[in-house]
Design a protein around this ligand. Sequence first.
Ligand code: KIV
Ligand code: ZN
Length: 510
Amino acid sequence: MSETVKKQPFFYDITLRDGNQSLKKPWNTQEKEIIFNHLTELGVQGVEVGFAAASEMDFEACSRLSQISPDNIVISALARCIKHDIEKAAEAIQSAKKQRIHTFIAMSPFNMEYVLNKTPQEVRKQAIEAVSFAKKLMGNKSEIQFSVEHFGDCSENLDFVIESLQEIVKAGATVINLPNTVERTRPSIFVQMVEKVYNALPKDITISVHNHNDLGMATATTVESYFKGAVQLECALNGLGERAGNTNMYEVAVALHNAGVDVPLNLSKIYELALIISDMSNVRIYEKAPLIGPEALAHRSGIHQDGAIKTKDMEKGAYRPIHPSLIGRKDDEKLGFTSQSGKTAIFEIITEAGYPITLGEAQRIAPVAKEAAEKIGELSTRNIIDIYYQNILTVKGAFKFVDIEKLSDEEIRLQFKYKGNEYNVVSFGNGPIDQCIKAIQKAGFNIEFINYEQKALNMGSDATGMTIMYFKAPEGKTIISRGCDENTFMANIKAIFNGLNIIENEKEII
Ligand code: KIV
Ligand code: ZN
């Protein structure tokens, strides 16, 4: 199969069998039914409902899920290459419209010798007999799937495996599954083996892969196997499965979607389902898990934060593989502030918390936040708001307000300190702000007031007034300062003195 030929993938879910068998507390029938219903909503094409001969509970679950299965979903039950298992599987799935018996045996040299204690010829015979038996038992009612357990370990005896599979297909199997039962090989080597099998079998045979994730490469192996002819992809929700798990269905689906493949799943259900499965399996989602991890949308470096914010409403993001809404994830990209972060994170976190700030102000307080983060690690929103209070709403510097006295409607007396020297100035003006500015100018300080505005704010539990003032600094820069107080007049005074200190500290640019 060339890389450009794209047959729609067939998603075969193994959560209820391989996933279930790895749980500390395997699911009962009711729990399996809940998950099965989610799987049908997700839109998978096949579900392996259990290993019918494993226990009464598994048999009951297989029967129940077959009874409620929609007509368009293949229902399969696992069976060793043993008559009794095959009969149990057949009985358990008899109510399903689309039935499939899935039988398997190991064919790797290592397993045949040390686990099965059988010669290759004996294994081949057992496999052919099992498939023939299943075919005879089921007739046209059911498909037969055969799995070469430990296929990933069969590079040395691949010719034997292929010859066996040709016989097995003649015996009645129409789906050949190639498991990487234990992931030990490089994806490219496994994929080449898949391609060899694909080329050696009739084209109407469905090739399937089933990759475990022991080395963390199961998604890559599965995706690349698809492009070499494996149409059936065996995957589990949340990557549940023995040891490090099975191939994660969400990752494969999204990777194929990003590769332009028409993925027959309702992708927008993924995120919600991941949380449900984590809850039901008691297997928490690793915080860095691709797509679904709580940290999967977090950015901490200043460069990434800048790119993330600039592209946050676009389908393609600078630092994410998909738009989170594709998988039904409603939370936005999250910016955390650490010593690696910058003004964008401050701006976003403060704005998100409901406080007004400009990018210039965020830039001014970023070094203070970085210094704090160097000591304590990632800052909480509360930490950043405290920094905002201490550095935007109170600007430390050479100017200190002492007192103001209203002498008449037009006249005030202002007392303040500059570098420890006390000033006591009487000034006239048109309203308190003008009077105050004129008093400061009269004392010999060169400040140019441009404009001001007032806002009513609800900051924390207090309803407060904020005065925002714009000044022209001596070098022509415009600076913005803020003052907050329940008393509007005091909010003005604070904004003026904060502004003086910002100019003095020569930091503010907007
Ligand atoms: O991992 C495996 O080889 C299996 C088979 C039973 C398909 O789960
Ligand atoms: Zn498996």
